[in-house]
Write a protein that binds this ligand. Structure first.
Ligand code: HEC
Ligand code: HEC
Ligand code: HEC
Ligand code: HEC
Ligand code: HEC
Length: 352
């Protein structure tokens, strides 16, 4: 083989390598994004086959102590244990509020210090970490009431997932409600959230940042929420439709408008074009009908979509906060004419 030919072969080989590398990089980018929420890692990080190794229990409870009872799907810990930092990469839902808490707020009991500051989830009580005691409430309608029905299951305690909970599927009892979600079976269900109308599921749309907004949402790192159009609020795919599975009367035009007057605070409606809302990703987020959920850049929806709408989570967080009614801001800071520009006044500029 002469020198020239060898050189040529080398170049071809290099080009081929570059192409293969590019292809692999592109493929992994597509896969990572396509299967948002899918876990990676060795099986043994998260599973224990028999909950036994040399006769000792492998499963861990919330406090990382060995637990003799095996868990559903053979996991090494409970929902709360893994999400208290035991599983690498699992969002920690017990951060210090405002420091390393996530978009949903925090279930840390020093912050979630009274009943009204959060969703009193039974799993927290069972693990001994709900400082404020359990609350039963009959506002919980069977998830599956279509957002607005009178079907209630009476006084019930809320759970993390399942029939009486928020994450996972709602038509199956017990721990199997999240089965498959961690491995990407429902890649389009934002944060493992699905709306169930008693007959069928609608995945909640949204685009979550990989950091779960740890430490607070910023211009370069925030979730993107989806809104239904207020004219045809039937698609049930928005974050507010999700809340309305249990809180029907806070939602929907029948409940929020009478004739042409608002009687409850509207959700899903457009912020009137004449207003100048503050863009404050943490204290004043909006939702969008036309947000681009395929774009990897979560900032795309802000700035380019000039049609922000109101969502439940414009004012509330989902887990718990340091404020009553799980608010994102202190309601007592909202003073007409006081000059504040966030919370209520982030939108209502005429009242600043
Ligand atoms: C980072 C944690 C993690 C790793 C790593 C992991 N799993 Fe899982 N897996 C889970 C969790 C959590 C569940 C239970 C909830 C769910 O299904 O979403 C689960 C559920 C499952 C299920 C039942 C649900 C389904 O999708 O069929 C199977 C099977 C499974 N895992 C197999 C494996 C195997 C095999 C490996 C290794 C190749 C593995 N897992 C690695 C966390 C993990
Ligand atoms: C699966 C049913 C269910 C869903 C879905 C649900 N909630 Fe709740 N919510 C409840 C129950 C039950 C209570 C009362 C008991 C409690 O606080 O845990 C409650 C209480 C509340 C409270 C009052 C807190 C208090 O203790 O005074 C607020 C605010 C709230 N929810 C907002 C929301 C928002 C916002 C969403 C959507 C992100 C949502 N909820 C989704 C069942 C649900
Ligand atoms: C064995 C450990 C383990 C257990 C048990 C577990 N999780 Fe997770 N969970 C994880 C990990 C790891 C992730 C991060 C997934 C990723 O890499 O995107 C995660 C992610 C999540 C997410 C965020 C999904 C997203 O949008 O990125 C939710 C919601 C969730 N888990 C809920 C639950 C619920 C509810 C339970 C119990 C019914 C549960 N998890 C049990 C390890 C666990
Ligand atoms: C504009 C801000 C805002 C929006 C949007 C909003 N809320 Fe509220 N919500 C509040 C405030 C403020 C309170 C407490 C004081 C009050 O009721 O005036 C409250 C209270 C609540 C309560 C407690 C009621 C009780 O009986 O203790 C629930 C439940 C609730 N909201 C759910 C929702 C749901 C579900 C949505 C979306 C469909 C929603 N909120 C949208 C601001 C809002
Ligand atoms: C995310 C933006 C947003 C936030 C935050 C918000 N509002 Fe609103 N609010 C709206 C929109 C949009 C309307 C409907 C305005 C319209 O159609 O003219 C509305 C309507 C109202 C109305 C009825 C006005 C009328 O014309 O009858 C009141 C009162 C009100 N809001 C008070 C509040 C209070 C108090 C807070 C804080 C707890 C708050 N709002 C937070 C966007 C917001």
């Amino acid at each position: 083989m002469n020198k020239k030919k060898t050189q040529k072969l080398k170049e071809v080989n290099n080009l081929r390598k570059t192409l293969i590398t590019t292809f692999i990089v592109l493929l992994s980018v597509t896969l990572t994004y396509g299967l948002a929420g899918a876990v990676t890692g060795t099986c043994s990080q998260c599973h224990t086959m028999h909950n036994s190794q040399d006769g000792s229990s492998m499963a861990r409870d919330f406090n990382n102590n060995p637990m003799s009872s095996p868990q559903s799907n053979l996991t090494v810990s409970t929902c709360l244990g893994c999400h208290n930092g035991q599983a690498t990469g699992a969002p920690v839902i017990f951060g210090t509020y405002g420091t390393d808490s996530l978009a949903g707020g925090t279930f840390r009991n020093n912050d979630f210090s009274s009943d009204a500051k959060g969703h009193n989830v039974k799993d927290l009580n069972d693990a001994g970490v709900l400082g404020v005691g359990l609350e039963t409430d009959n506002i919980i309608a069977t998830p599956g009431n279509g957002g607005d029905s009178t079907i209630t299951v009476g006084l019930q305690e809320l759970t993390c997932a399942g029939e009486l909970g928020c994450h996972g599927n709602h038509d199956v009892a017990g721990d199997t409600t999240v089965t498959g979600f961690h491995h990407g079976t429902y890649p389009n269900a934002y944060r493992f959230l699905r709306h169930w109308d008693g007959a069928s599921y609608t995945d909640i749309k949204g685009k979550g940042t990989d950091t779960y907004e740890e430490g607070g949402a910023t211009a370069t790192d925030h979730n993107v929420y989806y809104a239904m159009s207020d004219d045809s609020a039937t698609s049930n795919d928005s974050i507010s439709a999700f809340c309305s599975m249990c809180h029907g009367e806070f939602h929907n035009q029948t409940d929020t408008i009478s004739g042409s007057t608002w009687i409850r605070h509207p959700t899903e409606v457009l912020i009137p074009g004449a207003w100048t809302p503050t863009v404050d990703y943490d204290r004043n987020p909006f939702a969008f009908t036309g947000a681009d959920y395929t774009d990897v850049d979560t900032n795309a929806a802000y700035g380019t979509d000039d049609n922000p709408r109101v969502a439940c989570i414009s004012c509330h967080r989902a887990h718990a906060t340091t404020q009553d009614d799980i608010l994102r801001f202190a309601y007592s800071d909202m003073t007409a004419g006081g000059g504040n520009t966030w919370g209520c006044l982030g939108c209502h500029d005429a009242q600043r």
